[in-house]
Design a protein around this ligand. Structure first.
Ligand SMILES: [Zn+2]
Length: 55
């Protein structure tokens, strides 16, 4: 287990887990950008201090 990496990130568009983590946005450390290799779409994921509401 790792505390610094998200366990599993799935593409919100096609549901693929084949995503690459892109560089975090400048000062917005709460946002991380990912690139989906499945549908070639970039999407953002927001972090909630390790907690994910609804899970
Ligand atoms: Zn996708």
């Amino acid at each position: 287990m790792s505390d610094s990496e998200d366990p599993t990130v799935e593409c919100p568009h096609c549901g693929s887990a084949d995503v690459d983590k892109e560089s975090a946005f400048g000062s917005e450390i709460s946002k991380t950008q990912y690139y989906c290799n499945g549908c070639h779409t970039v999407f953002e994921r927001i972090k909630y201090d390790g907690k994910q509401p609804g899970e």
